[in-house]
Ligand binder design. Structure first.
Ligand SMILES: [Mn+2]
Length: 436
């Protein structure tokens, strides 16, 4: 029997909402998982990538991580991991440093055997390079086998990686795929193999509403609750409280009603996210946010979606606005990478809460793929007019702002924010080189 904790997407170093308290929260959540591993005397901790939020974690996060991993090592519990898209660097990986220090094992094509289970690893690979993967793994003679991988796999949300292909092309017959990347915990069976995400250990975005946790995975013929080989149980983590307040204002209602709705919740030390909709009066987000923090909230953010609606001035009308936009975009001579961004921002199929992550991923995949840097060269301008060039500059600026926002950890509210970058942003523009 082999019993492991399966975690991932710990995103340490994320200074969410520019808050040092939130930064510590991400370290604390990882520490809590490791505490449970030591107390529960598991055989290993398996981390499926995105240990860090950023490819350049700061010294405090590195030192915090080393202390936590050292505690696990002192307890004699191995730490097995792969590299995620957030932390992936062009040169060596942070995980290699921890391996050099004797605190971690970087999983790969050859089996790492713990108890009677062989663990293999598959780091995050950009979509453009997946066709080259041969999924060749070395033989093993353990009773069970698990693949630890980072990516968005079928059959879960936002998937772009075909799980059946991985399983069919692999030389090893896996009992389970222990995954990271998708922050929503879930479990399914594909072609007889268990496929599961433990979810993130702290809410890395406002869309992560349900409670956070990790998986306890047992490989055993008598495993209860699963099948006769693998059992997957979910364990909850006690994380920073998030309070979601939705206020639909009726005509005549305003800030007083918003405050009343906010006050109905337990705000103590919570991240409070207020979403205002409806016909009522305009509200000043900053005033509501101050009210919530005065009432004990750690952080408050108010989104008044009506601002955008009332500000929008429609001075053109087309039979099909989408066609008109498409036509205009084609004239702009965007680079392939800029097209990626434009498409993500405007596509109906990508929810607002996911736009930021999608854009970041697409740009990073282009950057990571050294053969793909041409994608950042501007394309052909159809009519070459000056206005189109301005537009392109503005879009490139949006892209830089997104990259900048990501490193700053300030979330972007949604499509509207990205679509309304103003001249004021130009002063704060960062180049792609700064970002790298
Ligand atoms: Mn992640």
């Amino acid at each position: 029997m082999t019993r492991v904790i399966h975690t991932g997407d710990t995103h340490m170093g994320y200074t969410q909402y520019h808050s040092p308290v939130r930064r510590q929260d991400f370290l604390d959540a990882f520490a809590a998982v490791i505490d449970d591993a030591i107390e529960g005397e598991v055989d290993a901790v398996v981390h499926a990538g995105d240990l860090f939020h950023d490819r350049r974690p700061e010294l405090t996060d590195l030192m915090g991580t080393i202390s936590i991993l050292r505690r696990l090592d002192d307890a004699g519990v191995p730490f097995l991991a792969v590299v995620g898209n957030h932390e992936s660097t062009r040169g060596g990986q942070w995980l290699d440093l921890f391996e050099r220090l004797g605190l971690a094992t970087r999983l790969g094509d050859d089996p790492t055997v713990v108890g009677d289970t062989s663990f293999y690893g598959l780091d995050h690979v950009p979509v453009s390079r997946r066709d080259d993967l041969d999924y060749a793994f070395d033989d093993h003679d353990a009773d069970y086998a698990a693949l630890v991988a980072h990516g968005l796999f079928e059959p879960f949300g936002y998937a772009d990686w075909d799980t059946e292909t991985v399983l069919t092309e692999s030389d090893v017959d896996f009992d389970a795929m222990l995954l990271g990347d998708n922050h929503t915990p879930d479990v399914a069976k594909v072609d007889g193999t268990w496929v599961t995400y433990p979810g993130s250990t702290e809410r890395a975005s406002a869309s992560e509403r349900e409670g956070r946790g990790y998986n306890l995975v047992t490989f055993d013929a008598d495993a209860a609750g699963g099948d006769d080989r693998v059992e997957i149980r979910r364990r909850a983590l006690d994380t920073r409280p998030f309070v979601f307040v939705e206020v639909d204002l009726r005509e005549g209602e305003g800030a007083a009603r918003v405050r009343e709705k906010v006050r109905q919740h337990d705000l103590g030390d919570a991240v409070v996210l207020v979403d205002v909709t409806g016909e009522g009066d305009p509200v000043t987000p900053a005033a509501i946010e101050e009210f919530a923090t005065d009432e004990g909230a750690l952080i408050a953010r108010v989104t008044d979606r009506r601002e955008v609606e009332t500000d929008a001035e429609i001075d053109v009308s087309f039979a099909d606005p989408e066609d008109a936009v498409r036509e205009r975009v084609e004239e702009m001579g965007l680079s392939e990478a800029a097209f990626d961004v434009e498409e993500a921002v405007r596509a109906d199929t990508i929810p607002d809460t996911n736009v930021r992550e999608t854009v970041k991923r697409r740009v990073e995949e282009r950057i990571d793929d050294l053969d793909d840097l041409d994608a950042f060269d501007r394309g052909e301008t159809v009519d070459g007019d000056a206005e189109a060039e301005d537009n392109e500059a503005e879009l490139a600026d949006d892209e830089a702002e997104l990259a900048d926002d990501e490193t700053d950890g300030e979330p972007i509210g949604g499509k509207d924010d990205t679509a309304t970058a103003s001249a004021a942003d130009i002063d704060e523009q960062v180049s792609m080189e700064d970002y790298l």
